[in-house]
Design a binder for this molecule. Structure first.
Ligand code: EPU
Length: 337
């Protein structure tokens, strides 16, 4: 194991924020991971996965552990289903493409999401009508207190919209090592009703889509709306879509009858934060080298050289303005460090 000192984390976070780690180590085996914790040297540790859902606002005065556990395998299959395991450091999209090359169905709508497999359960990643929880079977995680490996089933993870046990009571107590997905080998369940998928498929002149076609449609929609972190620093949706009570919604609707909205339960309504931010006038606004993406108001962008504090201040200005105009609080989806 090789510990580096004072290294820039710019290439390890998709926002491209240039902060330093006091110490940095790339973890390539569970044995190495355990030995770092077994050392009991009381050093403060910071776990870094794909760096795609965080805003770094300061230097990290800790041992940054980059989880780089690689590998994927088919564990078990039946006529209908296949159980596939991927280690935490596998790149999410490369893994999705591999499943599609094998004609395994379930992850196609989640194509092109930045980040790694190991962090996908933490916020129950979701896009185009599918959430990770729909295909997640279980995950193995290292208990940082006992150093035992524990298995979490789908129910154990308490998945919810952009939420799981790993953001709540288990936060900071585990490192996810690998995830098992239950995918289909035939009779794939296609999700084509959400958003622009159906019209994109039509445009592609595909009437009976395969899972690979859906992936292509999703990739094309994402590329047209969302900035590629390799070109423009960003962390995808910066905010969650707020869920408000029906009573609050009815009041809001009196003033904004055209606002898009989705019923979540009988008493809860989701209002797209992107619409609120756009209506508040922020879409496409730039403030020097950072701003709000021109095609998707939920995404804050670093055009190069912005600091995490710049982006944090902008996010607060957006939150305050949205609250003032609509009386709705929007919460950050990304982790602010
Ligand atoms: N909208 C606007 N202006 C905008 C953006 C959106 O008015 O600038 C409106 C749209 O017109 C539409 C509604 O908001 O009526 C919803 O928009 P869209 O379907 O594009 O999705 P979203 O709610 O903005 C969510 C996820 C995305 C995911 C898409 C597609 C959250 C926080 N974000 O965005 O996830 O790709 O749905 O499923 O739930 C991410 O988490 O990083 C992410 C990109």
């Amino acid at each position: 194991m090789h510990i580096e000192h004072n290294i820039s984390l710019k290439q390890y976070n998709t926002f491209g924020i240039d902060v330093k780690a006091r110490q940095f180590i790339s973890i390539t085996s569970v044995t190495d991971l355990k030995s770092v914790y077994a050392a009991q040297d009381n050093s403060v540790k910071f776990i870094l996965g794909g760096g795609s859902n965080m805003l770094l606002t300061k230097d990290i005065d800790a041992l940054v552990m980059h989880i780089n556990l690689k590998g994927k395998e088919i564990l078990f299959q039946t006529e209908e289903d296949v159980f596939v395991k991927a280690n935490a450091g596998e790149n999410w999209h490369e893994f999705v493409i591999w499943t599609l090359e094998n004609n395994f169905g379930g992850l196609e709508n989640l194509s092109l999401i930045p980040g790694n497999v190991g962090t996908s359960p933490i916020q129950n990643i979701g896009a185009y009508g599918v959430e990770l929880k729909d295909v997640f079977h279980s995950c193995d995680a290292l208990n940082l207190e006992t150093l035992n490996i524990e298995t979490f089933t789908n129910a154990d993870c308490k998945f919810d919209y952009r939420n799981s046990i790993f953001k709540q009571e288990a936060k900071g107590k585990y490192i996810i090592l690998s995830v098992v997905f239950k995918l289909t080998k035939k009779n794939h369940v296609l999700h084509t009703n959400y958003g622009a998928i159906a019209s994109k498929l039509q445009q592609m002149q595909i009437s009976t889509p395969t899972i690979q076609d859906i992936s292509k449609a999703v990739i094309s929609i994402r590329q047209s709306k969302l900035p590629d972190p390799n070109n423009i620093g960003n962390s995808g949706s910066f905010f969650k879509n707020p869920i408000i009570s029906k009573t609050e919604f009815l009041k809001f609707q009196e003033n904004f009858p055209n606002a898009p909205h989705y019923a979540i339960t009988e008493n809860e309504v989701k209002v797209p934060a992107g619409w609120l931010i756009e209506t508040a006038g922020f879409k496409g606004k730039t403030f020097g080298n950072y701003g709000v993406h021109k095609k998707q108001a939920l995404v804050l962008v670093n055009y190069g050289g912005a600091s995490g504090m710049d982006i944090l201040k902008l996010s607060k200005l957006i939150q305050d303005t949205v609250l003032r105009l609509f009386n709705i609080s929007i919460e950050a989806e990304v982790n602010i460090i």
